[in-house]
Write a protein that binds this ligand. Structure first.
Ligand code: 13P
Ligand code: SF4
Length: 357
């Protein structure tokens, strides 16, 4: 029963005190968020994991790649725990290290590896935070960097200072939307499809590319459409439409603004009372914002409910279990990244944390 879980979680938190920190992503359900010491977007949570040096256990209520990142950034004696190991991310699973290595080999054969007269190498790899540690490690080993949806433009600027072009994975939409906003023509952004059986890659377009986009996407954000935006505008004249940059380009173009979960949260917090917002992102965050700001009208663009099913796999029951185990002196569901991957991954993450607009 929920009351029993609540009692177990609160008493474990009391017993463990400063030895425990619970991090919660904005997309977590309210029943979980209520126990988080820190709630934020993936960039902020990466920073929080790095800063909480005195906690022995970091319980990460989010998805697998976020817990891996917390392990990379925390100290070796801190245990990062993912309450349910089945909480993955379908987008992160769309690029694996063998496919990326194969793509890199082909691009190296095409472009060579010599820098141009300005010292810029042929290609800089950029991975979205939503990727396995192996891909972050790949970027660290090959002069590349990690980005999140809140710093993608800053990171692409960093990459274009050092490279003639960018290989961006796994999310084609974040890559395309960000590069387009920076003035890169869409024609200069061919798709790299690792599964050639699905259509192959246009070698000519890839020769002229500025940004090569991996064929990945988020199954939640892909659902938003221009039609939904048109209907929201017709029903609510003056509505402010804000969507996450993982949405397809026509949706981002039709919205008033696009930004990370933190951007959306701050935009709503700063708006004058009585504002109306149509939001294109995960439903748990939108519903929480609607409850938190009753002075505004806030609704999700997708009225058929749009949850991230893997974020939802973190249930208070799993949280109670991992905390009970900690109280008993046992660490379960620990996420660790081996040194061979961790060392180069940290290089790519530290480049991101150091990159400034
Ligand atoms: P943020 O980087 O905005 O937290 O988003 C993470 C994510 O998984 C979006 O789908
Ligand atoms: Fe992955 Fe999309 Fe869920 Fe974010 S919302 S964790 S990108 S599946």
């Amino acid at each position: 029963p929920p009351e029993e879980l609540d009692r177990r979680i609160r008493s474990a938190k009391d017993l463990l005190g400063e030895r425990l920190v619970i991090l919660g992503h904005f997309y977590q359900r309210d029943e979980v968020v209520q126990y988080a010491d820190y709630v934020g977007d993936s960039f902020q949570l990466a920073g929080a994991a790095k800063a909480r040096t005195n906690a022995e256990a970091i319980v990460f209520c989010g998805v697998h790649f976020m817990a891996e990142t917390a392990d990379l950034l925390s100290s070796p004696d801190q245990a990062v725990i993912l309450p349910n190991l089945a909480a993955g991310c379908s987008m992160a699973d769309m690029a694996d290290i063998d496919q990326v290595e194969e793509c890199w080999e082909e691009l190296t054969a095409l472009y060579g590896s010599e820098p141009d007269a300005d010292g810029r190498v042929p290609v800089i790899p950029v991975t979205y935070m939503n990727s396995s540690a192996a891909l972050k490690g790949f970027c660290g080993r090959n002069g590349g960097i990690v980005c999140t949806s809140s710093n993608a433009q800053t990171v692409l600027e960093w990459a274009f200072e050092r490279g003639q072009r960018v290989l961006f994975f796994p999310d084609q939409h974040l890559g395309r939307n960000t590069a387009k906003a920076m003035g890169v023509p869409v024609e200069a952004m061919p798709l790299w499809n690792p599964n050639r059986a699905l259509g192959g890659n246009d070698e000519r377009a890839i020769e002229d590319a500025r940004v090569i986009l991996w064929h990945g996407f988020c199954s939640v954000h892909r659902r938003f459409t221009v039609d939904q935006i048109d209907r929201a505008r017709a029903a609510h004249p003056g509505v402010r439409v804000i969507v996450h940059p993982e949405c397809p380009m026509p949706v981002v173009d039709a919205a008033d603004e696009s930004g990370s979960t933190d951007y959306i949260t701050k935009a709503i917090a700063a708006a004058p009372d009585g504002s109306t917002f149509a939001i294109g992102t995960e439903i748990n965050l939108v519903q929480r914002l609607a409850a938190q700001y009753p002075q505004h009208t806030i609704f999700c663009l997708d009225d058929v409910i749009c949850p991230c099913s893997t974020m939802y796999r973190i249930h208070p029951g799993y949280l109670a279990w991992v905390l009970d185990e900690l109280v008993a002196g046992r660490v379960v569901n620990r996420i660790t990244v081996g040194d061979d991957v961790a060392v180069p991954s940290r290089v790519a993450l530290e480049r991101m944390l150091a990159a400034r607009p």
